[in-house]
Ligand binder design. Structure first.
Ligand code: COA
Ligand code: ZN
Length: 316
């Protein structure tokens, strides 16, 4: 098997992608406590919230309060999603470390999600990049639907590379290739990561995977094998875009950490504190769900053999 880098960096997007689709409003205090608990787990980045329209994403209407009130740990970069100039202003007001600008690779998802054409979004993001440069705040750009659009189907690679190139030229500090509704498959992920790296040498590439069709971990390995070191993930596998039909959760952070650590790849994240956070998520979002790794534990969390084995076979 081709191996990839010995170390990766995880951007925990649960507080943003995870909560944006939840029906129950999570109280501001609880959001702050969630981010603070995640801050103790060893993440490189935490995407705290989004500075979107509260009409579009009511779940995150308290973005500024949350960003103001979290306790920032040295070494963790606190980032937030920004779709427009108004979002930039709100993010800067509360001292967001890094912005994650967003637009879609496909026309129809961009219109549904951001109520703009791709050209309008591109112009908006270029304006934000210029303004943020003046403010000295780095901006990553997330390209949604890079591996497929729930409306338009396959998205031409040229569209993704063209947008990535234009945004890089305007000053983006990184590019995230997003699989918004879990349409990506491993060979496709490897090909697009390689093409993006070739088109934009030196540009940090992140992959943002959803597990809608059960391929997220396989896709993460495929990206890693091409040299990708940055991954978005959401604790408990929460997440999804409310403006993408059929959207479901992000790749589970705990599964991603567990898998890479088993493979000898350092993630910087401590699994047990993360599992403690995951265990509290169902109560936080007020619905039952069962993150598999929480039930199973680490692969070496073995069980005591049944008592009758010793009676029948003697001590092992
Ligand atoms: N923060 C807060 N309020 C905002 C805002 C922002 N970033 N952008 C716009 N608004 C407000 C406006 O002030 C206006 O308020 P009003 O009705 O009280 O006057 C209202 O929202 C509509 O503004 P407009 O510029 O016409 O926006 P829109 O309705 O065309 O929506 C977006 C455009 C981009 C703001 C909206 O579609 C959005 O926030 N989308 C985000 C979707 C998302 O996060 N999806 C999941 C992640 S990929
Ligand atoms: Zn997502």
């Amino acid at each position: 098997m081709n191996t990839g880098p010995s170390r990766i960096a995880i951007n925990e997007v649960g507080p943003r992608d995870g909560l944006q689709i939840e029906k129950a409003f999570v109280a501001t205090d609880d959001k702050v406590a969630l981010v603070d608990a995640l801050s103790a787990c060893g993440f490189a980045r935490i995407e705290v919230t989004s500075f979107t329209s509260p009409k579009a994403i009511p779940a995150l209407a308290d973005a500024q309060d949350v960003m103001r009130r979290i306790q920032r740990q040295p070494g963790v970069i606190y980032t937030a999603l920004v779709p427009n100039i108004r979002g930039l202003e709100r993010a800067l007001e509360v001292g967001t470390d890094e912005l994650n600008l967003v637009m879609s690779s496909s026309e129809t998802h961009n219109r549904a999600n951001l109520r703009m054409t791709r050209d309008q979004s591109l112009a908006e993001l270029v304006n934000i990049l210029h303004a943020a440069q003046g403010a000295g705040v780095p901006c990553n750009v997330s390209l949604s639907t890079a591996f497929g659009c729930p409306f338009d189907g396959d998205v031409p690679t040229d569209d993704v590379l063209r947008l990535a190139g234009q945004l890089a030229e305007a000053g983006a500090s990184g590019v995230t290739l997003c699989d918004t509704t879990g349409m990506a498959y491993p060979t496709q992920v490897a090909a697009l990561c390689e093409q993006t790296a070739r088109a934009l040498p030196g540009m940090p590439i992140t992959v943002h995977l959803h597990n809608t069709r059960g391929m997220a971990l396989a896709n993460a390995v495929a990206a890693w094998q091409t040299g990708v070191t940055r991954f978005d993930a959401a604790a408990g596998g929460l997440g999804g875009c409310p403006y993408a039909p059929g959207a479901s959760g992000n790749v589970n952070t705990e599964e991603l950490v567990h898998m890479f650590e088993c493979m000898g790849v350092q993630t910087g994240v401590s699994l047990q504190p993360l599992l403690d956070v995951v265990g509290k998520l169902p109560r936080l979002v007020q619905r039952e769900f069962h993150p598999p790794l929480l039930a199973a534990g680490h692969r070496l969390a073995t069980h005591r053999p049944p008592a009758w084995l010793a009676e029948r076979f003697g001590a092992a």
